[in-house]
Write a protein that binds this ligand. Structure first.
Ligand code: 5GP
Length: 194
């Protein structure tokens, strides 16, 4: 997605060899107009897949997921990283190792929000080593729901997340794909239809 790549070039900063900071429009302050375009793009990509729910993980997956939910007119569920006292119902849970925080979180969704009749689009802000997306897929599997695909805002293609997910037979759609962050510069993979 050209607008997204331009925004990353203009406002993203590279930390070390493999982390991209985009807190000016995605992970802290949110560019709602860009998120709306991102939501519409996911809706277009999945219009023929009978999506009934969007599943993401707090916190930074929520903005793109909500705009996709608005564009597709379906509910959005975000997995929680910490159990809340009000979450006293039955839970679907999975363990996820966080790439940026370097801790393992048990993530959870209440069983009442996902059923075997659901067709899910999983959305997240970043795809690195795939642990967050695989955890969300696992929660959907526990509910017996069908995962129609994984929608990612920014994929770091030099890490192995995409491969792990594709190897499990899932579709992955990333709106920006980064080939490398070498020399503090963002190098994109640009696909034809982009
Ligand atoms: P994975 O689970 O695929 O290894 O990493 C994805 C998760 O880690 C995302 O939910 C995102 O929050 C975080 N993440 C991974 N790489 C980056 C990065 O380069 N920048 C930021 N801001 N977050 C990242």
């Amino acid at each position: 997605m050209k607008e997204l790549r331009e925004k990353i070039q203009k406002e993203g900063t590279v930390l070390g060899e493999n982390v991209l900071k985009v807190d000016g429009f995605l992970t802290h302050q949110i560019d709602a107009k860009l998120m709306s375009q991102i939501g519409q793009r996911f809706a277009e990509l999945y219009k023929d897949r009978g999506i009934t729910k969007i599943v993401t993980i707090e916190a930074s997956g929520i903005a793109p997921a909500v705009f996709a939910g608005l564009a597709m007119d379906v509910p959005v569920i975000f997995a929680r990283k910490q159990k809340s006292l009000t979450m006293n119902q039955e839970l679907l849970t999975a363990s996820v190792y966080s790439f940026t925080k370097q801790v393992t979180n048990d993530i959870s969704i209440s069983t009442k929000f996902l059923t075997k009749n659901d067709h899910v689009l999983v959305i997240d802000d970043f795809l690195a080593n795939g642990q967050a997306a695989l955890g969300l897929i696992e929660l959907c599997q526990q509910a017996g729901a069908t995962v129609e695909g994984i929608g990612i805002v920014i994929e770091k293609s030099f890490q192995n997340g995409r491969q792990l997910i594709v190897d499990k037979g899932y579709r992955v759609d990333s709106l920006a794909r980064i080939a490398s962050l070498e020399n503090n510069e963002v190098h994109f993979i640009i696909e034809e239809e982009d």
